[in-house]
Ligand binder design. Structure first.
Ligand code: ADP
Length: 230
């Protein structure tokens, strides 16, 4: 098995193909992420960051090029195989936490595990373990409305890692938080990812956060290049 958790090869993607308003967003974007590696993705707004993350997360398909998750080319696989790989191998974190308001922090982390066939006691134990790792063990029975923004986002990280995915994709995971909280919450995310040994691609506008990751790639003119913009 490959130790690459994500490999994007020459991804091209246009919207409104063949129409006067056609826009070529990705023009041969390539990147790879190894197990245990945390990579920052920086791009100006509108450059195609969400488009790229959707391809990597198997939520959309490229026009040409391939997307491999943990060594398996899934770009042309059937929907069932893509959905299975997405549930098994990929965790997502968004700018907004998207926790279910009527459930507690622990339940929000238990539910995706039950959907994946894990038994309730094991799922509950894993939820508690994850909450402990982000310093929220005492908040397990609180609903999202009883948690601060930073706490909500830490619970969302735990949920995204509940099923032990190989790849974490995050779109501005601390973008909604004030700078002090953002730093703390980012540290919690880094520690969790490090401990699980997964690979992560984390989009951020914050160059300081980007510089703290293992490597930075930037999306410019539809291709991916190494390093922060000058
Ligand atoms: P970013 O996340 O970097 O802000 P996006 O990936 O959302 O950028 O969008 C890149 C470009 O593609 C933008 O110009 C956007 O307007 C366009 N775009 C995104 N999704 C669609 C769509 N479904 N149909 C047409 N154009 C789109």
């Amino acid at each position: 098995m490959s130790d690459l958790v994500l490999r994007l090869k020459s991804i091209e993607k246009s919207y409104n193909a063949g129409k006067p308003n056609e826009i070529a967003v990705l023009r041969g974007a390539s990147a790879q992420i190894a197990t245990g590696e945390i990579v920052a993705l920086v791009a100006p707004s509108g450059a195609g960051k969400s488009t790229l993350l959707h391809m990597a997360g198997l939520l959309d398909t490229p026009d040409t090029g391939t997307v491999e998750i943990a060594g398996q080319d899934l770009s042309k696989a059937r929907d069932r195989a893509r959905t299975a790989a997405r549930r098994r191998d990929i965790g997502f974190v968004y700018q907004f936490h998207h926790l279910l308001p009527e459930f507690t922090a622990a339940e929000n982390i238990i539910l995706p595990q039950l959907a994946d066939g894990i038994a309730q006691p094991a799922a509950a134990e894993r939820a508690q373990e994850l909450l402990e790792k982000v310093g929220l063990a005492a908040r397990a029975d609180h609903r999202p409305s009883e948690l601060s923004g930073g706490e909500q986002q830490r619970v969302a990280f735990c949920r995204s890692l509940a099923n032990a995915p190989k790849l974490l994709l995050a779109d501005e995971p601390t973008g909604n938080l004030d700078p002090g909280t953002s730093d703390q919450v980012f540290d919690a995310l880094m520690a969790l990812v490090r401990e699980t040994g997964m690979g992560a691609l984390i989009a951020t506008h914050n160059f300081d956060l980007a510089a703290r990751m293992d490597r930075v790639i930037r999306l410019e003119d539809g291709v991916l290049q190494a390093g922060l913009p000058r």
